[in-house]
Structures are given as C-alpha cells and as structure tokens.
Write a protein that binds this ligand. Structure first.
Ligand code: SF4
Ligand code: SF4
Length: 291
C-alpha cells in the first residue's frame, strides 16, 4: 500500500472539523447571535485552533444542520434524547448537546474518511463471513428495513425470530440446526431489527470478484461506516435511572473513537487515527473484532 493513494483520507484525519465546531459553539454562546448560521457566515478568513482551517465557513457547511441543536441553549425547546454519565445521572444540557453534536459530526466525517481509506486497500474482509480458524461462527450485518430489498436472499421473519437476537442464549434453530450452520447468507428479522447473516466462508451476494461491491453507491449504511467509529455516545443500559424515568432515547457518554484492528488501514494508520481522536478531545480505542 503506497501512501499517495491514501492522502485524501489522511488529510481529513489530520484536520478534524470538531475543534472548529467547538469554536463556533463558543462564539455563538458568547456573541450577539441568534443562530449558528449567523456565526458561520462571518468566518471567511483562515482560523487556527489546534489545526488551521483555510476556509472555515466552507468546511463547516456540510455540518450546519447538526450544529443547529446548539441553538436550544438560547431558544429553549425540548430534546428527543437524554444523555447520562457512567452513574446513569443526566448530564448538564450544554455538555449533552456538545456530545450529541460531536457524535453525529464525527460519524459523518468518518464516513468520508473510511471510504477514502478502504478503497485503496483492495480488501473485502467486511463482506465475507468468518474463516474456519476464527472462533466466531457468523458475522452479522445489521440492515435498515428499506435496505433488505437490496439483497435477494432467503428471508426468515417469524414470531420466533422476532423474539430472539443472533446472540440470544437460546440459538435460533432452522430446520433443526442453528441458523448460522446453514450455507450461504440469509436475511433475518430479529428482535433487534433486520440483519444479513454471513455464516463461515459465506460472502455477501454483492461482492464481485474478490474486492469490489456491485452496489457501492447504494450500499447499506452499515457498509459505509467501517472501521473507525464515533463512539462518543453508547446506548444506555435499559435499567439506568434515566432510561426508566423518561421515554426519551437515552445514551451514555463514552467520549471515544473506536477503530477495529483487523482492518488493514487501521493497522497502518494507527498513529494518525490516534492523533485525530486526540484533536477531537476523544480517547482512541483499538479493538480486535474477528478473533
Ligand atoms: S453490500 Fe457491498 S460493501 Fe456491503 S457487505 Fe455487501 S459487498 Fe460488502
Ligand atoms: S477491513 Fe477495512 S479495508 Fe477491509 S473491507 Fe473492511 S473497511 Fe475496507
């Protein structure tokens, strides 16, 4: 792998947008602004924070919709989420909004970065089930309901599948055998939603030759996100105090960037990924997935 092919992705890693977004939030809070848009409209000169942004307003444009949540601090309206700390206690509003925006901004930015770094690797690890030497018996590719039509595969949606998940203690049986022992990929509707299951050595039906996806422009959302993730928020445990007392979606603050070590570009660019996380004031975590 030569570095020039990765340069566009590395350039984005070296210049995360989150420090600039945090500066905009500060200017909004301390200045005579009613909207985030008013702040951004004034940022037409280069700005240097922990990194230098030559055209800050242009760099911020793809994230304006996400940043508007911060306007709730000046024009109060209710949120449809709640964020708690490790003890399950709700965070102050300003910190909660900052983390909510950070989770969505970093997710959006990493989608571009992951695509730019994955392409030159000519790798299909994410599209193939576990090889026999791994202890995992299957891989799960979660799908949104409208994404299932992308996959012309055997489908199982029964009262039993809807009560279980792929990891339930009681393993879903199909024709007297565990679901993952059947050959080839299949779609299942679990309690947790739809997913494509790739048993050992099975390949996604859209994997062409050894390394190209035949539906790349319309591939499911989950296929756009490997293998560096925003892990700034996590779904809170259902038994946390906040999740029991409120009907809002509840998340726990984790403040991390998670990178999966099996991926060749994560291994190769570990230092750059760690630096990206640190510029965002997040903790980088490297984790093995397929083992
Ligand atoms: S849809 Fe494309 S990217 Fe997603 S698993 Fe299948 S081949 Fe891979
Ligand atoms: S493991 Fe990494 S390089 Fe390989 S297909 Fe997945 S994201 Fe791309």
């Amino acid at each position: 792998m030569s570095t020039p092919q990765f340069q566009a992705g590395l350039d984005l890693l070296a210049q995360p947008i989150l420090p600039l977004i945090r500066l905009v939030q500060l200017l909004f809070l301390t200045g005579p602004f009613d909207t985030i848009h008013e702040v951004v409209a004034e940022l037409n000169e280069p700005i240097e924070t922990v990194v230098r942004y030559e055209e800050p307003a242009k760099a911020l444009a793809p994230y304006l919709d996400l940043m508007r949540d911060f306007e709730r601090l000046k024009a109060p309206r209710s949120a449809d989420y709640s964020i708690v700390d490790e003890a399950g206690e709700p965070l102050p509003q300003m910190e909660a909004i900052d983390l909510w925006i950070a989770q969505h901004v970093v997710s959006r930015e990493l989608e571009d970065i992951n695509s730019l770094l994955c392409g030159p690797c000519h790798c299909a690890l994410c599209c193939i089930g576990p090889s026999p030497e791994l202890h995992q018996l299957f891989f799960e590719i979660p799908l949104k309901p409208n994404e299932t039509t992308l996959f012309p595969l055997p489908t199982l949606d029964t009262p039993e599948t809807r009560q279980l998940t792929p990891d339930s203690a009681h393993t879903m049986q199909v024709a007297g055998r565990p679901f993952y022992e059947h050959e080839g990929p299949a779609l299942y509707r679990w309690r947790s939603g739809w997913s494509m299951i790739l048993p050992r050595n099975a390949t996604c039906p859209h994997l062409l030759t050894t390394e190209a996806c035949s539906i790349y422009p319309s591939r499911p959302e989950v296929c756009r996100k490997p293998q560096i993730f925003a892990y700034i928020l996590d779904h809170a445990q259902e038994n946390s105090a906040a999740s029991q007392s409120t009907p809002l979606a509840t998340f726990q603050a984790t403040r991390k960037i998670l990178a999966i070590w099996d991926c060749p570009y994560v291994k190769r660019f570990q230092n750059e990924i760690a630096a990206y996380a640190e510029l965002c004031e997040l903790e980088p975590i490297f984790k093995e997935n397929k083992h």
